[in-house]
Design a protein around this ligand. Structure first.
Ligand SMILES: [Zn+2]
Length: 249
């Protein structure tokens, strides 16, 4: 989770300034600006590499045994993203089962929001805490307050894998501060978690806020990693055993 800026590949037309001065002396955005703006947005968003191309179109419900429920959740999330407006309530997507696809659906929502030019930031709960700890070092590029301001002011913040940390006092305090400031500033937060709100070890101030500002979505209790493993065996056969359908094990 970096907040540095992108400074690669300088455009020859504007010499990397993203502005062009016209003959009449008026400044206008260079043609390269839109691409740069998108790059910055994507970089800032920090969607995990694996999910950068995740869309509702390629969200495969075929990997779930319970396809009816998967389809419903997918549709709800798609509609939520399509109709999203800044200040809307957030989501608390939870299921005990790891590898059920919670991160994937959250990233898919993010990608849709980015398309709608909403400023989004995706971070795991542990990466937020790590970044905060890093700012305490003397060599840190920026102060803790700068990082926290970024986390507070982004339109949509995704906190992936919420509730995995041991609830030390400082962790409770930081999360409460971020969550509460986002609440006060009408910013939307989307969580994924292996815990129901009632099972979270954080203090009640946090869980009460979440109850107030999130739609709780019970996600599927099945691991798609198992299904993926089976698919991988089939893929391996197709790729490397050309037509050799015999028993290869
Ligand atoms: Zn340019």
């Amino acid at each position: 989770m970096m907040i540095s800026q992108n400074t690669t590949a300088r455009c020859a037309k504007c010499n990397g300034t993203f502005w062009i001065i016209t003959e009449t002396g008026v400044a206008r955005r260079c043609d390269c600006w839109e691409k740069e703006r998108q790059n910055r947005t994507l970089k800032f968003a920090s969607i995990p590499e694996k999910y950068k191309a995740a869309t509702f179109q390629n969200f495969d419900i075929g990997v779930y045994a319970n396809k009816g429920v998967a389809e419903k959740i997918k549709k709800m999330c798609e509609m939520y993203a399509e109709e999203f407006e800044p200040g809307n309530k957030g989501l608390y997507i939870h299921s005990q089962t790891k590898g059920s696809g919670k991160t994937r659906i959250a990233a898919t929502i993010c990608n849709k929001l980015i398309e709608k030019k909403v400023l989004v930031k995706f971070a795991t709960s542990s990466s937020i805490l790590e970044e905060i700890k890093k700012t305490w070092q003397k060599t840190s590029e920026y102060a803790e307050s700068v990082l926290i301001d970024k986390l507070i002011m982004v339109d949509v913040l995704v906190i992936d894998d919420f509730g995995t940390e041991k609830p030390k006092d400082w962790i409770n305090d930081k999360f409460y501060y971020i969550i509460n400031e986002r609440y006060i500033n009408s910013k939307t937060t989307i969580y994924t978690s292996n815990y129901k709100l009632s099972e979270l070890d954080y203090d009640d101030r946090i869980t009460n806020r979440l109850k107030e500002v999130c739609y709780q979505i019970p996600f599927l209790e099945e691991s798609i990693r198992e299904k993926q493993a089976t698919n991988n065996i089939e893929e391996f056969k197709t790729l490397y055993l050309n037509g050799n359908k015999g028993d290869w094990r």
